[in-house]
Design a protein around this ligand. Structure first.
Ligand SMILES: C[S@@+](CC[C@H](N)C(=O)[O-])C[C@H]1O[C@@H](n2cnc3c(N)ncnc32)[C@H](O)[C@@H]1O
Length: 470
């Protein structure tokens, strides 16, 4: 790897000669592979793995299996995430003990959102946002697979949130950065690095923070993180938040054997740096702040729908209603409001109905709660979101367990033939007991209801079946 000369000069000055030499040695080594288990779906420990010390759900693997060809990956049983990023778990576990409304502002592809969703106290709502359209679709896909119902995914610029006012108790800004900590994983990050880009990044980060600051309640928590080393995007920005926006920096409980590095500037506040030559993972910077400045505005209200109120397909006002029996498709249905949106039946946690309506009236919401099914003219076809949901009532539909080859064929959206004893109609397909999705069994074959845009596009089939859990 050819490190840019300016990066070498600046990072050597920041870390000191010995640490910089150790860092460059570490960058020549293989990137460690780690996954985080979705404990709502899977209780196994990966075979031959070692735990990630700061995150009980995280494990380092001894190699890199072909995740794409592991059906359990598509079932949302685990997320492939580099280990340093899992440190967010420590911050949330230490400071969040009551149900909260959290916003993950720069959330795609969803590593930290899925983590937050697992760690937040039950009864919390997570709003995950991504400004880039394509990336927001991936974010929605990953959160749907993760399966937690108390989630909203939006696709907005941070400035679109400002007018909402102090809605959130916890805010995560995992901001776009110059990516110095990703050099080992991502050659493009090396090529795109320049001093000019570092300057663009820290200025953009401040703009993002200024735009979103009014949305954090006084006393609320901001987790600020980057995957870069320079001080401008890290300590200098944290000092700026304290000074200009009004916040105090909070300490985290860490163990000495994690070898986390602290503040590298003359300032004294606590920050947490993961350097690849000291901790097993990629470069990460994280700081936790509490908002001290008072907000003088109230939360925004739902914008009244204009003339363009939602109409059904064909321009007619919706007359569809959610049939009673659909309540049986999810566990604890009494906690949800069920309603029809366009041609879909949606269940959303009743406790957060007002927040949902507010966000829908002001932002671009891509996904919320559980999409139960879609009206197909004659019947309600169960949705893939329902199949992935941790609240899915598994005995609603007959189930059929697939072999490995059948599971991969299903995930490629090929036709599936089910054994003759499987009933006709909608069937839940499983692999090693985990739900993969639905098919409609018509006897001689089953129509594949896997989402077209999520299908495995490669025709390759690995010789060795990925078997993370032994
Ligand atoms: C470091 S990545 C987020 C990674 C994510 N938190 C995770 O753990 O999977 C930063 C994200 O910020 C988004 N982004 C880029 N420009 C932005 C902007 N001006 N405002 C907000 N987000 C932006 C990028 O598209 C990217 O998805």
């Amino acid at each position: 790897m050819n490190l840019p000369a300016d990066f070498v000069t600046r990072t050597r000055r920041l870390l000191g000669e010995a640490d910089f030499a150790a860092l460059t040695e570490a960058l020549k080594k293989e990137t460690p592979v780690s996954i985080r288990i979705n404990q709502d779906k899977c209780s196994s420990v990966p075979a031959g793995s070692t735990p990630v010390p700061w995150c009980p759900e995280g494990y380092y693997l001894s190699g890199r299996p072909s995740f794409t060809f592991d059906p359990l990956f598509h079932a949302g049983c685990y997320y492939v995430q580099e280990a340093s990023s899992m440190f967010l778990a420590q911050a949330l576990r230490q400071y969040v003990h009551e149900p909260v409304v959290m916003l993950d502002l720069c959330a795609a592809p969803g590593g930290k959102s899925t983590l937050a969703r697992s760690v937040l106290p039950e009864g919390s709502l997570l709003v995950a946002n991504e400004v880039m359209r394509n990336r927001s679709q991936v974010l929605a896909e990953n959160l749907i697979k993760w399966g937690h119902p108390e989630v909203i995914v939006t696709n907005n610029d941070p400035a679109d949130f400002t007018e909402l006012g102090p809605l959130f108790d916890v805010l995560l800004t995992d901001v776009p950065c110059s990516g110095e900590g990703m050099f080992r994983k991502d050659e493009v990050a090396v090529q795109e690095w320049s001093i000019d880009n570092v300057d663009t990044c820290w200025q953009r980060q401040r703009r993002i923070l200024r735009d979103i600051w009014p949305c954090l309640k006084t006393g609320g928590l901001l987790v600020y993180s980057t995957c870069t080393y320079n001080r401008e995007e890290n300590e200098d920005n944290v000092a700026w938040i304290v000074r200009e926006l009004g916040a105090e920096v909070l300490p985290l409980e860490v163990q000495p054997e994690w070898h986390i590095t602290g503040n590298l500037t003359e300032e004294e506040f606590p920050v947490y740096r993961f350097l690849p030559h000291k901790t097993t993972g990629e470069g990460l910077f994280l700081a936790v702040l509490r908002k001290t400045s008072e907000e003088d505005r109230e939360c925004a209200r739902v914008k009244p729908a204009g003339k363009s109120a939602k109409k059904g397909k064909g321009g007619k006002t919706q007359v569809l209603q959610v049939p009673r029996e659909m309540q049986n498709w999810i566990c604890e249905a009494e906690k949800y409001v069920l309603k029809v949106e366009d041609t879909e039946a949606v269940a959303f946690p009743a406790a957060y109905g007002e927040v949902y309506e507010l966000l829908k009236s002001r932002l671009k919401v891509l996904h919320a709660g559980i999409t139960l099914g879609e009206w197909k003219g004659k019947d309600w076809q169960p949705s893939h979101t329902l199949a992935m949901s941790t609240t899915f009532q598994r005995d609603t539909f007959p189930q059929a367990e697939l072999t490995y080859e059948q599971a991969i064929a299903y995930l490629r959206k090929e036709a599936v033939v089910l054994p003759p004893e499987v009933s006709k109609g909608y069937v839940t397909l499983t692999y090693r007991g985990s739900v993969l999705g639905f098919a409609k069994n018509i006897g001689n074959r089953a129509n594949n209801l896997y989402p077209q845009e999520w299908r495995i596009r490669s025709g390759y089939l690995p010789e060795i079946i990925p078997d993370l859990f032994g």
